[in-house]
Design a protein around this ligand. Structure first.
Ligand SMILES: NC(=O)c1ccc[n+]([C@@H]2O[C@H](COP(=O)([O-])OP(=O)(O)OC[C@H]3O[C@@H](n4cnc5c(N)ncnc54)[C@H](OP(=O)(O)O)[C@@H]3O)[C@@H](O)[C@H]2O)c1
Length: 327
């Protein structure tokens, strides 16, 4: 089968090589799936660079999230029949940027019927992260103001839709007019182009000086620092990621004086420590899809050959909406 292999670390476009490799064999607890759609995620870039929290042994195939058709089950796996459509994470080194991938049967979830293969591929990490962040960690309430950074990006786009579904007013921060248009299309009530204006005064003005109740921050660096200037009394800043490459330091005296919380979010840990909560979240998310309240916005349906260029553009911050590779 065809598979993108990383044999040395570096930028995706430099180190990814398309190779012909044997189809992986599902071990105990695993599923072999035919990849129907593989989503592009920032961690795929970090995996290529060797800077992700997980460093699979070389060579490996990246691609952390997919929609696949079950073709074979491991020796002790029950509850899955060949032909079923599932979503979830891939078991590296047999990642999703290939014709076939391995999945952990305990973590694979049924693909929502209302989503096609490309839409189902990025329906896992983004929406689970958004749901756990906004509801379980930040207790977002209807009527509150939610500020979302990188709002046209992977996790940001899901946070806009989930914020609206929860009855919040959503302000999105994006880089450039194409992303601003997409954030509006996703449902943001107010959009700030960070190249054109500073979001701090915009948030203050939009909230009558109060500030945002919840900030969803996958960017870090300056986005975090400036968020502390427009966070509301008893507000919650969700630390989701550091796409800017800068891990900021927090001034705890400032958090004390203004009565706000800095809330960490590592969704992957829920998969390990509270898998029942992940399944319950999936059931909620599936209902929200059926109700027409959330739906991944796929801007580029690409082929397997497009993986290096797609990841290069994702790393450069120039992609808009979700990219899905379909072998
Ligand atoms: N905590 C968790 O459990 C969890 C789960 C999933 C992902 N994440 C993390 O969330 C982050 C975002 O992942 P994603 O896949 O959704 O990526 P993404 O948002 O699609 O891409 C990153 C975006 O960050 C923005 N950005 C701002 N400053 C930037 C800079 N200096 N360089 C590059 N981009 C910059 C850009 O959007 P604008 O130009 O529009 O600002 C860019 O499009 C990653 O750090 C990822 O590891 C965390």
């Amino acid at each position: 089968m065809k598979s993108w292999q990383v044999s040395r670390h570096g930028e995706p476009e430099d180190v990814l090589e398309l190779a012909e490799v044997p189809r992986p064999v599902p071990g105990p607890g695993q599923l072999l799936v035919r990849v129907l759609g593989a989503a592009a995620n920032f961690p795929d870039v970090l995996l290529c660079r060797g800077t992700y929290q997980v460093r699979p042994p070389l060579p490996f195939c990246p691609g952390v999230e997919l929609c696949g058709e079950v073709t074979e089950t491991g020796p002790d796996v029950t509850g899955f029949t060949p032909g079923g459509r599932v979503i979830g994470g891939a078991e590296l080194p047999a990642g999703a940027f290939a014709e076939y991938a391995l999945m952990d049967a305990a973590r694979a979830l049924p693909a929502p019927e209302n989503l096609d293969d490309a839409e189902a591929a990025p329906f896992h990490i983004t929406y689970q992260t958004g749901w756990f962040g906004l509801h379980r960690r930040a207790n977002l309430a209807a009527g509150e103001t939610l500020l979302v950074h990188a709002a046209a990006g992977g996790v940001g786009s899901g946070a806009i839709q989930l914020g609206k579904a929860a009855g919040a007013r959503v302000i999105g921060v994006v880089g450039g007019p194409r992303k601003a248009a997409l954030a509006r299309q996703l449902g943001a009530d107010l959009v700030v182009d960070r190249y054109e204006e500073d979001f701090v005064p915009v948030v203050k003005e939009a909230t009558g000086g109060r500030g945002a109740d919840v900030v969803y921050d996958p960017v870090g660096g300056e986005a975090f620092q400036k968020s502390t200037k427009c966070i509301a009394f008893e507000g919650r800043i969700l630390v989701v990621g550091f796409a800017s490459g800068v891990i900021p330091s927090a001034a705890l005296n400032h958090a004390l004086v203004k009565n706000y919380s800095i809330v960490g979010l590592h969704w992957g840990l829920y998969e390990r420590l509270d898998p029942a909560a992940v399944r319950a979240c999936h059931a909620e998310l599936t209902k929200l899809v059926a109700a027409g309240l959330i739906r991944p916005l796929i801007t580029e349906r690409l082929s397997l050959a497009d993986v290096p260029d797609g990841l290069r553009r994702l790393a450069a911050g120039t992609t808009v909406g979700r990219l899905v590779f379909q072998p």
